[in-house]
Ligand binder design. Structure first.
Ligand SMILES: O=C(O)/C=C/C(=O)CC(=O)C(=O)O
Ligand SMILES: [Mg+2]
Length: 189
């Protein structure tokens, strides 16, 4: 999961992975950093123009991911028709759990994700609510960008995104499969 990371197709940014024991750093240029808990799909076998019917053969497993988003910057970029790179793809923008082998989530289209901030539940949803299925995402992305082993696809977030502050503690989980926690710090100059 280190080679390359592809987030949802509309973002076109390279999110930067953050592993446990390191803090999420709030970029100096935002005053509205949001959490977005998402199921991440880890590609095990690369490919181009992968048919939906074969898509799951390309999946090695999953990771729980946070698509940290500078919402104020995203709004500004949206209003100007600019790419969302600085809103989505800054340092520490993608805290992830440990790798989850695919056998541990037999039906990724129906698992519950949750996120708490300082022990208060903010997000809770099921991947069955996703607009695009995992096979569709793999097939669609691979039409434009050849997928490689180790790529990580973020699949979208349930309702409840909200702002985080310095010293907050974020906890997130996938049902009984995995939990993770990250604290938030302000970036030094
Ligand atoms: O359209 C917007 O204002 C925001 C969209 C997102 O940030 C999309 C996601 O990253 C998501 O749904 O997970
Ligand atoms: Mg997202």
């Amino acid at each position: 999961m280190t080679a390359r990371n592809i987030s949802l197709f509309w973002e076109w940014g390279r999110k930067i992975i953050l592993r446990r024991d390191s803090p999420i750093l709030v970029p100096l240029y935002t005053s509205n950093l949001h959490h977005e808990v998402e199921l991440g799909v880890v590609i095990g076998k690369g490919g181009t123009a992968i048919p939906q019917a074969a898509a799951m053969e390309h999946v090695a497993g999953y990771a729980l991911c946070l698509d940290m988003t500078a919402r104020d910057i995203q709004d500004e970029c949206k209003s100007k028709g600019l790419p969302w790179t600085l809103a989505k793809a800054f340092n520490t923008s993608c805290p992830v759990s440990e790798f989850i082998p695919k056998e541990r989530i037999p039906d990724p289209g129906s698992v519950n994700l949750w996120l708490k901030v300082n022990d208060q539940l903010r997000q809770s949803g099921c991947t069955s609510q996703m607009i695009f299925s995992i096979p569709y995402l793999i097939s669609y992305i691979s039409d434009f960008i050849t997928l490689e082993e180790g790529d990580l696809i973020l699949t979208g977030t349930p309702k409840g995104v909200s702002a985080v502050q310095e010293h907050d503690e974020l906890q997130a989980g996938i049902e009984d499969v995995v939990t993770m926690s990250f604290r938030v710090d302000r970036q030094d100059k």
